[in-house]
Design a protein around this ligand. Structure first.
Ligand code: AVJ
Length: 336
């Protein structure tokens, strides 16, 4: 798959990948840093904290949708209970919400094989312990892999269909064209009749204002600001850069024309930042103007029509979709 920014193969084997990514992003204009750089150990902990913030409705809303509809979702995914399913999850992380779906799969078919895929080995260890300890009937086969560039490590069992999970609004980090490329890659590895369940955050609507969206990315406690700034701390730690964290401000912007939340780090003053020479090249002297930003994340927001368009562009047919009462979040089941 050509156009998707590659995530390094394991979180630990990244120093060269980090150096390369940072050099390209920080010397570009406008300056960018890829969102995968957020997720070092500290960043992963901060993200877990974000998912529990009052303003960050995404995680709990998707969990509520699963709680209300898990049996229905699994029944539909199994074509009205006619098929047996194996579940594979892209970017599983610690798989805290997936348990609800796995429990429904066990109710429906007695037992289930669950294959979480993630670039973080430590997240997969937590996922596997958590699921094995709490949901009898699930056998976990976790795999460290980058689903954006590598083949899905699909274990196919005869007579079982695959239900691929891509939940948590993870698709939102990709530009529309990269999202299509990613889903096409997933589609190419599924067999006709296999299913995909995608979780997408929704844009402003009847019950949802742009302010609600913005608050989710600029919480009062400052956890998202810390998450955003942690990427600079990471560059200080791992590359010996000398970013003054207090000199960069967290900014979240609603970009209506692209239907996305953008996160930036804005330089509060004119300043120079140094990155020592590393495996990717010579030392960098970066000159920031006051107000200049580093664009650190896009988080695309959808509506039922744009989700459908995206899935169709990747050769999926829509089976069914579920939302919460307030129209905050959508979970869509598609057929390969
Ligand atoms: C993990 C990509 C779904 O876009 O909401 C949370 C990451 N960034 N707060 C999102 C994130 C800032 C999150 N995703």
């Amino acid at each position: 798959m050509p156009s998707i920014a590659a995530v390094p193969e394991t979180v630990d084997a990244t120093s060269h990948a980090v150096a390369t990514e940072v050099r390209a992003g920080l010397t570009a204009s406008p300056r960018t840093l890829s969102p995968w750089l957020f997720y070092d150990e500290a960043g992963s902990r901060l993200f877990e904290a974000i998912t529990e913030l009052p303003e960050y409705y995404l995680t709990r809303t998707e969990r509520d949708i699963f709680t209300a509809h898990a049996d229905e979702i699994l029944w539909e995914a199994a074509s009205g209970g006619r098929q047996k399913l194996t579940l594979i999850e892209l970017g599983a992380g610690t798989a805290t919400k997936t348990g609800i779906l796995l429990a429904a799969a066990v109710r429906q078919q007695g037992s289930v094989v669950y294959q979480p895929v993630d670039v973080s080995e430590s997240a997969l260890v937590m996922a596997s312990e958590n699921i094995s300890a709490n949901i009898p009937g699930v056998s976990v086969r976790s795999q460290v892999a980058d689903y954006t560039t590598q083949a899905l490590p699909l274990d196919r069992l005869a007579e079982f269909r695959t239900l691929a999970l891509y939940i948590g609004s993870s698709i939102g980090n990709f530009s529309p064209s990269d999202a299509v490329a990613l889903l096409r890659n997933v589609r190419a590895q599924l067999l006709p009749g296999d299913k995909l369940l995608v979780g997408t955050d929704l844009g402003p609507g009847k019950h949802k204002s742009a302010a609600t969206l913005l608050a989710a990315y600029s919480d009062a406690a400052g956890t998202t600001a810390a998450f955003n700034r942690n990427v600079l701390e990471r560059l200080n730690r791992e590359l010996g850069a000398d970013f003054d964290l207090a000199a960069f401000e967290h900014k979240a912007i609603w970009n209506e024309s692209h239907s996305r939340i953008e996160m930036h780090l804005e330089s509060r003053c004119r300043q120079q930042v140094h990155v020592p020479a590393n495996s990717a090249g010579g030392a960098l002297r970066l000159n920031f103007e006051a107000g200049e930003t580093i664009h650190t994340e896009n988080s695309y927001k959808f509506n039922p029509v744009s989700v459908e368009r995206l899935l169709r562009s990747a050769d999926f047919a829509i089976s069914r979709s579920w939302q919460d009462d307030q129209g905050l979040f959508a979970v869509t089941l598609a057929t390969a």
